[in-house]
Design a protein around this ligand. Structure first.
Ligand code: F0G
Length: 360
């Protein structure tokens, strides 16, 4: 039997499925690691706790490298390959670098990532290193790293394509998550809740919802609810934060590149961008794992933390159709998990000892 020329038919390639909405041509290489088509899961138990009967979770941690970044990276790296690029570069709080490293490896490209030293969850760092990326850790934060890679990408002596979300192909790819939400629900939600860091993803979802409405595939767009961590909430306080700080290292960003687009998404959708505390983020992170069996990374739980607060404040109709985006997988950050998890119960190797340990 001849080997299939692409992935099995049941898993259509993201760039094929939404080709009519993407900048894909016949000369764009058909790169894929199996990104997209992530589950939209109804959160019945958590929803009941919050008094919400239509709460859904978009599980983006099930992408190939464990975060939503793969949707944008497959398009950005394919377009870079189409243009003849041999090298890509990005700044990252971790997930972008893991994704760039993987797609760059698959495309046979050199990958360079610049990161804030000591601020990257260990799983993400190992993903980048294992895929063969050259990783430079700077004595500075994400915003400074982004400034550096923007300048590197403009130099002529080392041609390299920037694959941060300021690369428009990243946003093009990421908007497909909004398409999937609409396709799965059969309509747009009332509210789309999402963590916000560099603000590319909220901009991408908003673009996706608008394109689907413009194409007549849905009859409305959702209110966009973005949530930043309180110690890194420039869009909420209205000015750059020079020393952003939060346990949610993925969104530890003080000067979002897509600032204007995010504010536009908020205002045009009748939405909001609020801050949630690290305690609220961690409470949502634990609740997702314990009540729904969904292990996301801390930054991802900001969406649920924000909805939790709004529900507690009585700001939500009980039957509102709400989708919270869970942007990355919990296994990326074992350090935070270890600090939040219960301890292992130790026992001797016998039924009796295990029963005693269980308190039976
Ligand atoms: N959630 C996770 C898990 C992320 O990694 C990021 C961003 C966000 C949310 C926020 O998305 O930046 O589009 O507003 N991570 C980037 C990175 C900055 O380098 O991995 P955003």
């Amino acid at each position: 039997m001849a080997a299939p020329s692409g992935p099995p038919a049941l898993r259509p390639r993201l760039m094929d499925r939404y080709r009519r909405f993407l900048p894909v041509t016949d000369s764009t290489p058909s790169l894929t690691l199996g990104e997209g088509a992530t589950p939209l899961v109804r959160a019945s138990r958590l929803g009941a706790t919050l008094g919400l009967s239509n709460l859904y979770l978009k599980i983006e941690g099930q992408n190939p490298t464990g975060s939503f970044k793969d949707r944008g990276m497959v398009v950005a790296v394919s377009k870079a390959a189409e243009a003849g690029a041999a090298a890509i570069v990005c700044a990252s709080t971790g997930n972008t670098s893991a994704s760039a490293a993987a797609y760059g490896a698959a495309a046979g490209m050199e990958v360079i990532v610049v990161l804030p030293k000591g601020q990257i969850a260990v799983g993400k760092l190992l993903q980048a290193l294992m895929a063969g990326a050259r990783v430079v850790a700077i004595d500075g934060n994400f915003d400074e790293a982004l400034g550096i890679v923007r300048a590197l990408a403009e130099q002529d002596d080392h041609p390299v394509t920037l694959v941060n979300s300021v690369n428009p192909f990243r946003i093009e790819g990421q908007k497909t998550a909004a398409f999937e939400v609409c396709d799965d629900l059969g309509c747009a939600p009332d509210i789309l809740a999402i963590p916000v860091g560099n603000a590319g993803n909220i901009s991408a979802y908003w673009q996706g919802f608008r394109e689907y409405a413009d194409a007549g595939l849905v009859d409305r767009t959702p209110r966009m609810w973005g949530f930043q961590a309180a110690g890194a909430a420039p869009l909420v306080v209205g000015h750059r934060v020079d020393h952003p700080d939060t346990i949610a290292t993925a969104i530890r960003i003080g000067d979002p590149a897509s600032w204007t687009k995010a504010i536009d998404a908020r205002d045009r959708s009748g939405g909001r961008i609020d801050a949630v505390s690290d305690d609220e983020i961690l409470a949502a992170y634990r609740a997702l794992a314990r009540q729904e069996g969904i292990f996301c990374e801390p930054a991802s739980a900001a969406s649920v933390a924000g909805v939790t607060r709004a529900a507690a404040a009585g700001e939500l109709e009980s039957d509102a159709l709400i989708v919270c985006v869970l942007t990355g997988h919990g296994l990326k950050d074992p350090t935070t998990a270890e600090r939040q998890a219960a301890s292992v119960i130790e026992a001797g190797a016998s039924v009796g000892a295990v029963s005693v340990a269980l308190g039976w």
